[in-house]
Design a binder for this molecule. Sequence first.
Ligand code: NAD
Ligand code: TYD
Length: 353
Amino acid sequence: MTILVSGGAGFIGGNFVLDWLAGSDEAVINVDKLTYAGNLDTLKLLEGDVRHIFVRADIGDREAICRLLMEHEPRAVINFAAESHVDRSIHGPGDFIQTNVVGTFNLLETVRAYWNELPADEKGAFRFLHVSTDEVYGTLEANDPPFSETNTFEPNSPYSASKAASDHLVRAWHHTYGLPVLTTNCSNNYGPYHFPEKLIPLVILNALNGKPLPIYGDGQQIRDWLYVKDHCSAIRRVLEAGKVGETYNVGGWNEKANLDVVKTICSLLDELQPRADGQGYAAQITYVTDRPGHDRRYAIDARKLERELGWKPAETFESGIRKTVEWYLANQAWVSNVTSGAYREWVSTQYGA
Ligand code: NAD
Ligand code: TYD
């Protein structure tokens, strides 16, 4: 048996492939376009492993994806591939529409054609699992209940609007064509192999390099953080036992204000790798202009996944963030490989000199 994963050279997809093959001998066909966010270094541990077949391709390339489906006959497709960075979506939304909307549409059509031709028993067992975000639900006020699966979609950024569109397409391909889909909407992830344009890895690396730690606006925006390996275990569980056509919210009940997250990282670094001048890393905190249309608060109600499928996160924020900081300290080679050209260009676009 085989699964096909798209976007498996990115942050979550890469962790998913590594964890999958650590726990199973079922082969993975890994399809990734290798944009600036895709890093084969993340998959280095799998070099020479016959259970992992990496193919560079765009999810929107129907011919390439069709060939792979016919050749490997996967029992499931898990779609991680996306443009995923809110700030980049504000500077240039076109790629987000192209991959997240048009790409997902093309992938659905290619998979539908393959699925239609499967023998009845394989057709019934096949799954298309679409990995999405809590950002499709919009933003919460301080006292609102967390997002549940029945919240309306009110996306506010080009990124979240493009992901909401992709979720709608996935839903429609089930209702109209019967494609056996599952959708997960997860909160903010953090952990190993996270590209350092996002808050947590950016702050760890800037701190170590003596650079400012940029806090947008007042730093009181709230995110609900989940350790990436817990997201991966949730996806495995939904793939295994999720009810076709359903969506599942995934979260860790870890709501934190950005400023508190940054201060926690500073304290961990003070303990694990203190600054040479004896000052704390928090001295590097710098307030910068807020993101346009910045969502104030995200929070996930993950009770459906717990109640129906028995899933719970293994890490608390405290244990997960410590592991993450330790991982970045121990993996400087990965960091220096991914922080070359394209990364430096982005940093100067976003934060100036
Ligand atoms: P990422 O940006 O780190 O990785 C995305 C991967 O997709 C990269 O390897 C990239 O090369 C690849 N890719 C991009 N366009 C492609 C295309 N057209 N065809 C094939 N491959 C393409 O993103 P991530 O953080 O790993 O997120 C993975 C998925 O999870 C996304 O769908 C994202 O919306 C969703 N998600 C992310 C988070 C988070 O906090 N990072 C939270 C919830 C949901
Ligand atoms: P990010 O990691 O980009 O994820 P998302 O926008 O998908 O939630 O940002 C997390 C939070 O941190 C978000 O509220 C924006 C904020 N942020 C900063 O304050 N400074 C930064 O330099 C970055 C990248 C993010």
